[in-house]
Ligand binder design. Structure first.
Ligand SMILES: [Zn+2]
Length: 145
């Protein structure tokens, strides 16, 4: 079996937008006037994954913090997007991960994942990974496509 392996810093969002939206309220009883609400949008690789509204920017910021603490997993399929957190480009290369490491950088026992292969995809801009990280490094990938 082959599985995508997200980057360790990846979250379900990579962009937050807050925007005041004016709207005209019309009422025979209380009269007409312009009112505003604040639109909250969370994006992941260019796709809006969450949208809500609040009365003010301050309320929107409080609501956004609550949402960020509760929603940790994206259901959005980004299979053909670059795995670099914050990048929304289409992937152009696919790398098999040679050896897996824990978040603390400890090498995982190959016996634990010998039946599985893990991969990451990147765009041209992020295809060179460097040599600082143990798992996410050029020496730890084998290009498959
Ligand atoms: Zn990229």
């Amino acid at each position: 079996m082959e599985f995508p392996h997200k980057m360790t810093d990846d979250r379900f969002y990579d962009e937050v937008k807050l925007k005041i939206i004016p709207r005209h309220k019309e009422s025979c009883a209380s009269g007409d006037e312009w009112r505003t609400s604040c639109q909250i949008q969370l994006f992941s690789k260019g796709t809006c994954v969450y949208e809500n509204y609040s009365g003010t920017i301050k309320d929107a910021l409080i609501k956004t913090l609550s949402v960020l603490n509760e929603l940790l997993i994206s259901n959005t399929d980004h299979e053909n997007k670059c795995f670099q957190y914050g990048c929304s480009n289409d992937a152009t290369v696919k790398y098999q991960i040679n050896e897996r490491f824990s978040r603390m950088g400890e090498k995982l026992d190959k016996e634990e994942y010998s039946q599985s292969r893990y991969y990451r995809k990147f765009c041209d801009d992020h295809s060179i990974r460097g040599d600082c990280s143990r798992e996410d490094s050029d020496d730890n990938y084998t290009k498959t496509t």
